[in-house]
Design a protein. Structure first.
Length: 150
């Protein structure tokens, strides 16, 4: 994702990795809390050094989540500039999030709740890069434990 964009809300959901560069600028409802900008990845979420994620409005929030790795490079900015602005981050990856860029206000680390759309091997439903999903994680039955046809 590298295009300039702006609007009332921005919602980007990636079935795999999500790499963000450039600017995402957004305003939102002035009378109640809302996610002005939502960036969610089933894989890794990476904000490059030139990324600017900025919401404006009294009650705007930025929601960023990753099921895999979560990184914000030095130089990147995530800003919720309203009087009640919030940054809500969720990370479910095996490594601690790497947040080296500027985040204002400081992020609130929420519970991992964004993943219902992400494919899960062994759940009986084929999704994402799965070739098969027989509802288990057993090798040797035609569908491997990584959901590839054997």
């Amino acid at each position: 994702m590298g295009k300039e964009g702006s609007g009332v809300s921005v919602d980007v959901t990636a079935g795999g990795d999500l790499d963000v560069s450039g600017s995402i600028l957004c305003g939102c409802n002035e009378s109640s809390f809302s996610d002005a900008i939502s960036l969610t990845a089933c894989g890794d979420l990476h904000l490059a050094a030139d990324a600017l994620v900025k919401s404006r409005g009294s009650y705007c929030s930025n929601a960023l989540g990753a099921r895999g790795g979560f990184s914000i490079d030095s130089g990147a900015q995530v800003l919720a500039l309203g009087a009640e602005g919030r940054n809500i981050f969720e990370a479910a990856g095996p490594q601690p999030p790497a947040v080296d860029g500027m985040v204002r206000p400081d992020p609130e680390w929420g519970p991992v709740t964004l993943w219902s759309f992400c494919p899960v091997c062994g759940d009986g439903r084929i999704g994402g890069t799965e070739e098969c999903d027989d509802g288990n994680l057993v090798d040797g039955d035609g569908c491997s434990s990584t959901c590839l046809i054997e």
